[in-house]
Design a protein around this ligand. Structure first.
Ligand SMILES: Cc1ncc(COP(=O)(O)O)c(C=O)c1O
Length: 387
């Protein structure tokens, strides 16, 4: 099978699988006890958390909050943040975002929080900071936007927008789910307040990570038993999943090995940077080939930037056809044992506002670094039988 539904959920790397079985076979006990196995188990979780900290480029390990999904973590964040707000305070969301970074904030309208929407311009399918400015007032508490659209694939200037929001006295909550599998994470360089990603789309298991600046997390009320006030535990009700935390440590090890060449490389930023340089170049080559073909089919419209420039977009490509529905295209491609997908991908407002609901959403082809030119050639051969 050729797998090109990576933005739905990526394949899990061997390092992650090994970390899960290592934890469960050799240290399947509760953390925090004084016996040796418990101490070893705690060491493993601590090392994995340190690896995630390096991956994020976070200043402190206790800024790494783990949870079952991005959606659950953003709900927790919204519950905690809103306790510090007053009726009439404002939150800005976008119409590009996956519902995760919209619905948790929209639900706060019930307690008098005012929600404003920053909309893309339909002509260039881009969010412009000039359109954000009029939405910012002295009551704005938070601006929520996505780093990369899971439909358009476009990369947003997170550092620039974050600076703009900070200048207006507000904070940002950035959805990094569609960015993390493709480009380097660097919360320090972007100066983001809150940033999250899902590990099952980032070559690991079903789990998610929320980063928050330490002093901001410390100032928030928690979402756990009252007597648990330390970070990150106050935002992690119940136990986190130890083996899946270790698995994400395995993913970071995998990426460092990819960057350094030899196996068992040191976990450091230099190796992660190297890995992501290669990933960006490789994905751009695959995407360029696909775009070159799609541009020869007049009935195809690319939903997003028609470029493979790795600085402007990732290899998540959406399209619609003049006459065929998105469902019909994907069903025909299914027969060739190629996994692509159609729909709104929970970017409900974006699909509605672009008028793509009657098409049954978009056809989304989402590549990852382990896809090959041969995969792309097979997809092109399958598409040629459809168009
Ligand atoms: C861009 C984006 N944000 C958020 C999510 C939600 O992630 P989770 O399933 O971890 O809640 C998804 C899942 O498809 C996504 O693509």
């Amino acid at each position: 099978m050729v797998f090109m539904d990576n933005a739905g959920g990526s394949q899990t790397v061997r390092h992650a699988l090994d970390a899960i079985s290592d934890f469960l076979i050799h240290s399947d006990v509760q953390l925090g006890a004084s016996y040796a196995t418990s101490v070893r188990a705690a060491d493993k979780v601590q090392s994995a958390t340190a690896a995630i900290q390096t991956y994020l480029n976070a200043a402190h390990a206790d800024e790494v909050v783990l949870g079952p999904s991005s959606t659950a973590l953003v709900r927790i964040l919204s519950q905690c943040l809103s306790q510090t707000w007053q009726p009439g305070d404002e939150v800005v969301i976008t119409d590009v975002d996956h519902e995760t970074n919209r619905s948790a904030w929209l639900a706060l309208q019930q307690q008098g929080i005012v929600i404003k929407t920053w909309q893309i311009r339909p002509d260039d399918m881009t969010l412009h900071s000039e359109d954000l400015l009029p939405l910012l007032t002295e009551r704005t508490r938070l601006v929520c936007f996505t780093h990369v659209s899971n439909i358009l694939g476009s990369i947003h200037p997170v550092a620039e927008w974050t600076q703009l929001v900070h200048e207006h006295g507000a904070q940002v909550c950035v959805d990094g789910v569609a960015h993390a599998p493709h480009r380097l994470l660097d919360v320090a360089a972007w100066d983001v307040d809150y940033y999250y990603f899902s590990t099952y789309k980032t070559f690991g298991p079903h789990q998610a990570v929320l980063y928050g600046k330490r002093h901001l997390l410390q100032a928030l009320p928690g979402h756990n038993h009252d007597f648990i006030q330390s970070l990150p535990y106050k935002f992690q009700p119940g136990n986190v999943n130890y083996e899946l935390c270790c698995a994400m440590g395995g993913v970071v090890q995998y990426l460092c090995d990819l960057g350094a060449g030899p196996a068992a490389a040191e976990i450091n930023r230099a190796n992660l940077i190297q890995a992501h340089q290669w990933i960006a170049e490789h994905e751009a080559q695959l995407l360029q080939r696909l775009l070159d073909y799609l541009n020869t089919v007049p009935a195809i419209r690319i939903i997003g930037l028609p470029t493979a420039d790795p600085k402007r977009r990732v290899a998540t490509l959406s399209l619609v056809h003049d006459t065929l529905s998105s469902a019909a295209i994907v069903q025909q491609v299914d027969r060739h044992h190629i996994g692509i997908r159609f729909g709104d991908f929970y970017a409900v407002e974006l699909i509605n506002n672009l008028g793509l609901r009657p098409k049954q959403g978009v056809v989304r082809i989402s590549l990852a670094h382990y896809n090959t030119m041969q995969d792309v050639n097979q997809l092109m051969a399958a598409l040629k039988t459809v168009f």
